[in-house]
Design a protein around this ligand. Structure first.
Ligand code: PGA
Ligand code: ZN
Length: 432
């Protein structure tokens, strides 16, 4: 049973306040969760409660959310059975009373939800991923380390809008083990830096997720750069290392005119023209996955995108689905997308995160368990990805401890799982 719950304001990888929660059980076992935070957030995400008091942290303080943890939420949860995760989460949703957790804050609720799971795992003497697997997977399901998609070059809101597209990532599809995947990623990362220096681009410094944010002249130039880096690293393009994109197009979609405004190239494209561009890129580059290729409001465009490219690449909905089972169900119904980006703080409880993953899997959609651009040293994400058998994980680049804490946690779990790795074959299911 829960004995106490303590929330506090801490700082994340951008130096912005975020919520940390400690849950203590009557047995003395404790669990802790540090809540992540996005920058290119979707309109339909659960609400991250911020103080809005401009005299502290540019209005981004989370003292109100912390207060809700320590008072209202603790008030209804102390004495409850922590093992009944569904009950805890349900009680918090009821107390909040809004559709998007805006009264108490999704950051407050998520912190408690996962801190409780940590405490229960600790009481049972299990690692968190095992506790999650025991709770949510069938008994004989074999766990494996997910295939990482790894940010190398950043644009958009994560790198001062140098280019429009937010994320140029690589997939170490040829790796047979997770440690080998890390070696491949590292090789490409450093070759990319070498190329950026050699070509004399301005902006060799790192972006929010630890990737490079050079001032390129076009979006496609980033693809060229990435391909050169992969080849210079001595890796076979497409066979050993493939490419993934997070277009994050909601952030350059003009909702009134239904067009996409590529500012860095001074081009304005309709949904169909965006799809034409992506189709050309798929033919020119070894692209295996495209996230948010169209905007969160452009369901019709998504239907066309999926009809035209869904048989060739993975089409991931991030802002489109916001880990929300209702929106995922709509996507399944109208055939929009074939994969779901899963971000726990987009929906706000463990129970609902699991519902989103289950729904996606039941429809044959892939899942990519994802970090946010604002992170902490908390590595819960890695346990979640393994414990739900997510198949794929998106953490950011191979730099900055907010990212490495997750990659390193996967190395520890990898040992415990005896080296089971989802590998590149996880992608073949979508490419039928
Ligand atoms: P965010 O970006 O955490 O800033 O929303 C991550 C993503 O778009 O995938
Ligand atoms: Zn995204």
């Amino acid at each position: 049973r829960i004995k106490s719950i303590t929330g506090r304001e801490i700082l994340d990888s951008r130096g912005n306040p975020t919520v940390e929660v400690d849950v203590t059980l009557e047995s003395g076992h404790t669990g802790r969760m540090m809540v992540p935070s996005g920058a290119s957030t979707g309109r339909f995400e659960a609400w991250e409660l911020r103080d809005g008091d401009s005299s502290r942290f540019r209005g981004k303080g989370v003292q109100k959310a912390v207060h809700h943890v320590n008072h209202e939420l603790s008030g209804i949860l102390i004495g409850q059975d922590a093992e009944d995760q569904a009950n805890l989460d349900h009680r918090m949703l009821e107390l909040d009373g809004t559709d998007n957790k805006s009264r108490l804050g999704a950051n407050a609720i998520l912190g408690i939800s996962f801190a409780a799971a940590h405490a229960v795992a600790s009481a049972a003497g299990k690692p968190l991923y095992r506790h999650l697997a025991d709770m949510y997977l069938s008994e004989n399901e074999r766990l494996s380390i997910p295939l990482p998609m790894v940010n190398i070059i950043s644009g958009g809101l994560h790198a001062g809008k140098n280019i429009d597209i937010q994320d140029f990532l690589i997939y170490p599809v040829g790796a047979e083990t997770y440690p080998q995947a890390l070696e491949m990623i590292s090789a490409v990362y450093w070759k990319t830096q070498e190329l950026i220096l050699k070509k004399g681009y301005v902006g060799y410094l790192l972006a929010d997720e630890g990737g490079f944010g050079p001032a390129l002249s076009s979006n496609e130039e980033a693809l060229e750069l990435l391909c050169s880096a992969i080849e210079l690293a001595g890796l076979k393009l497409g066979e050993e290392v493939g490419i993934a994109l997070d277009i994050a197009s909601s952030h350059f979609y003009n909702i009134n005119n239904h067009v996409y405004e590529l500012h860095s190239e001074q081009r304005i494209l309709s949904s169909s023209q965006m799809i034409d561009m992506l189709e050309q890129w798929i033919h020119r580059y070894p692209i295996l996955s495209i996230e948010d290729g169209l905007a969160e409001d452009d369901w019709e465009g998504w239907q066309e995108l999926t009809a035209r490219l869904g048989g060739k690449v993975q089409l991931v909905g991030d802002d489109l689905f916001t880990t929300n089972p209702n929106r995922i169900q709509h996507g399944i119904d109208i055939k929009a997308g074939n994969a779901v980006l899963v971000k726990m703080n987009q929906i706000g409880t463990l129970t609902e995160t699991v519902a989103a993953v289950r729904l996606a899997k039941s429809a044959g959609f892939q899942t990519v368990i994802s970090a946010r651009s604002g992170e902490t040293e908390d590595a819960t994400l890695s346990d979640l990805a393994v414990g739900l058998n997510g198949g794929q994980i998106k953490i950011g680049s191979l730099a900055r401890s907010s990212r490495l804490s997750k990659y390193n946690q996967l190395l520890r779990i990898n040992e415990q799982l005896g080296g089971a790795f989802a590998g590149g074959s996880i992608l073949s299911h979508t490419n039928h």
